[in-house]
Design a protein around this ligand. Structure first.
Ligand code: PEP
Length: 249
């Protein structure tokens, strides 16, 4: 049975004090033990976040990492560096990284492999853009993204992969995929994995939905059979909203 997951992507928000305040405002006692709760603060606050969440049930993940082990990559952070501060989870392939930093699925495949080498869990983001949805090519687009970045993994490596289907047109726009649209895509993704691997892999992988999830729409999306929770952007920056979304999972 897959456990629900609610992950907050804080992006480039919150200074050190604000990060501590937001973590302290989340009340883990209000979270069901059936839900994994994760937050992704900025790199500069990961150590503090790790310390502040140690007594709670909140897991801390990084928002990105470099594919290389070390070297002349000014401004970059490696998997080994994250591991050395106790961070063993990372978001890869967020649409903002794809759009602003030209991250391709080929490059992401390498990042995923590096993360897995360090035994990290990966929240892998993907999803179609608005014109692709309008043209009806969204299934093809998602299939290519997954096949390119992930389908060379072994079946056992999938235990470290969490998928996050995030239609780009729904991220930060206030426009959400309908519960039916989310379910349709998640079922398609599960089918793709089942046809490439064995059913057990497909049944075991958590598929999160991301894109303007708010307290008001979370439960209708999370109650879909193939939706295992959400990756939350804007609403994760407000402790009450994020708590309400976790409680909807
Ligand atoms: C995101 O950035 O991953 C995201 C889902 O953002 P929002 O919830 O603000 O749409």
């Amino acid at each position: 049975m897959r456990k629900k997951i609610v992950a907050g992507n804080w992006k480039m928000n919150n200074n050190k004090r604000e990060t501590a305040e937001l973590i302290q405002a989340l009340k883990p006692l209000n979270f069901s033990t059936d839900v994994r709760v994760m937050i992704a603060p900025a790199f500069t606050h990961l150590v503090q976040a790790e310390e502040l969440t140690q007594v709670g049930r909140i897991e801390v993940l990084a928002q990105n990492m470099n594919a290389s082990e070390s070297g002349a990559f000014t401004g970059e952070i490696s998997a080994g560096m994250l591991h050395s501060i106790g961070i063993n989870k990372v978001i890869l392939g967020h649409s903002e990284r794809r759009a602003y930093y030209n991250e391709t699925d080929v490059a992401l495949k390498q990042k995923v492999e590096t993360a897995l080498t360090h035994d990290m869990e990966v929240v892998f983001c993907f999803g179609e853009e608005l014109d692709q949805r309008k043209a009806g090519t969204h299934f093809e687009v998602v299939q290519t993204q997954l096949e390119t970045a992930l389908f060379d993994l072994s079946a056992s490596q999938w235990s470290k992969i969490i998928l996050a289907y995030e239609p780009v047109w729904a991220i930060g726009t206030g426009e959400t995929a309908s519960p039916d649209q989310a379910q349709e895509m998640h079922a398609f993704i599960r089918g793709l994995i089942a046809s490439k691997y064995i059913q057990e892999v497909s049944d075991g992988v958590s598929i999160l939905y991301g894109g303007s999830v708010k307290p008001a729409n979370a439960s209708s999306i999370f109650s879909q059979a193939d939706v295992d929770g959400g990756l939350i952007g804007g609403a994760a920056l407000n402790a009450d909203d994020f708590t309400a979304i976790i409680q909807s999972a």
